[in-house]
Design a protein around this ligand. Structure first.
Ligand SMILES: C[S@@+](CC[C@H](N)C(=O)[O-])C[C@H]1O[C@@H](n2cnc3c(N)ncnc32)[C@H](O)[C@@H]1O
Length: 345
């Protein structure tokens, strides 16, 4: 998938085709205010207010405690971005906004808009420093209590959208009885697999602050055990698990850390057990360019002094740990994401 400037008439098509449109101007002047506008609108409750029936600029501004004039500017932009429509003097949510950003929608990614607005936005201004020095942050070491909660809420909302396809396509044996979910404190992956496999028990290993801020779904709570620890140093045991999941965690760790962790994971697997690295994939420079994997890689470089990995890099850790390469499953619904799976023989 790509984000592209879409022409709306033949003359615009021609202008784009003949390189007459200053694309960098769109990137540097429009994209950043567009992203921040969606974050601020979500954080201020604009989408929820419209969902609850506030449909004019004035009533939305009042419900969200915003100034009327900038609210009208914000709403105009959100119409252009196809979050809202405007008919008969009333703003309405488009079906896209209704499904994905209204906070009570089961598909909502509202929480990550709030987290990015309140926490990550400031970090991005350090990108130049990261580029010059190679030294990014260690985000998990700098969160305060409130930020941990915002982070876990954000991770839960993203996981809810990712886990639907994961749960349908992950090649886990129906006979599996024990799963280790490393960094899974938001509970969505362990819960989905417990629902799918009635005999499965899951152990979630995550940092103590993440475990404190986790909220496990009621229906499978009794089959999930949370263990506060550190995946970089904890003993994972031997011959314990039918599946180990490392979902969206490898991008926080260095290559050496991932290699060493994979060796401990391999030891912890039972025969025929699988190791699933569920990740945004960094497109290799000689492969097809891909926006999600490459932009998130730079973001994780900044926020964790690491980044995304190519499928080949992940498979190299798995091979070095004595595992057999099994399958790589690329998501249809999440561009740039894949499960890179190896098996213990
Ligand atoms: C981006 S979130 C991914 C959450 C979840 N696995 C998912 O895919 O939705 C990263 C998770 O890794 C956890 N984490 C980071 N460093 C860790 C470490 N050293 N040991 C265990 N968990 C860690 C974080 O607390 C967080 O829950």
């Amino acid at each position: 998938m790509q984000l592209r400037v879409a022409p709306e008439n033949p003359l615009e098509w021609l202008a784009l085709k003949t390189n007459q449109v200053p694309i960098p101007l769109l990137h540097v002047q429009m994209y950043f205010i567009m992203a921040k506008a969606v974050m601020e609108a979500a954080d201020a409750g604009v989408f929820d207010a419209i969902h609850q029936g506030k449909n004019t600029s004035e009533t939305i501004a009042k419900a969200c405690h915003l100034h009327p004039r900038p609210t009208a500017q914000l709403l105009t932009l959100l119409v252009s971005m196809e979050y809202l429509s405007f008919d008969n003097d009333q703003f309405r949510l488009t079906s896209m906004a209704q499904k994905w950003i209204v906070s009570e929608s089961p598909h909502s990614v509202h929480a990550i808009a709030v987290y990015n607005n309140r926490v990550a936005w400031d970090w991005v201004s350090n990108l130049g420093n990261y580029l010059r020095t190679g030294q990014g942050m260690e985000s998990h070491e700098v969160f305060d209590e409130k930020q941990w909660q915002l982070y876990q809420d954000a991770m839960q909302s993203v996981a809810k959208s990712e886990v639907r396809e994961f749960e349908k396509r992950v090649p886990i044996s129906k006979k599996a009885t024990r799963l280790l979910d490393i960094g899974g404190a938001n509970g969505q992956y362990a819960a989905a697999l417990c629902r799918k496999l009635p005999n499965l028990e899951a152990i979630i290993l995550d940092l103590p602050e993440a475990i404190e801020n986790s909220s496990l779904p009621e229906d499978v709570r009794s089959r999930i055990t949370c263990r506060a620890g550190n995946a970089l140093t904890d003993d994972l045991g031997e011959n314990q698990y039918d599946a180990v999941l490392l979902s969206n965690v490898a991008h926080h760790f260095t290559e050496a850390q991932n290699q060493e962790l994979t060796a401990r994971v391999a030891r912890s697997l039972r025969k025929d057990g699988i190791f699933i690295v569920n990740e945004f994939i960094r497109p290799a420079l000689d492969s097809t360019p891909e926006l999600v994997g490459s932009s998130s890689s730079l973001f994780f470089g900044l926020t964790s002094t690491s980044g995304n990995w190519t499928v080949q890099e992940i498979q190299a850790w798995q091979r070095a740990a004595g595992l057999k390469i099994y399958k790589t499953i690329r998501y249809f619904t999440i561009p740039g994401m894949a499960m890179v799976i190896a098996k213990k023989s």
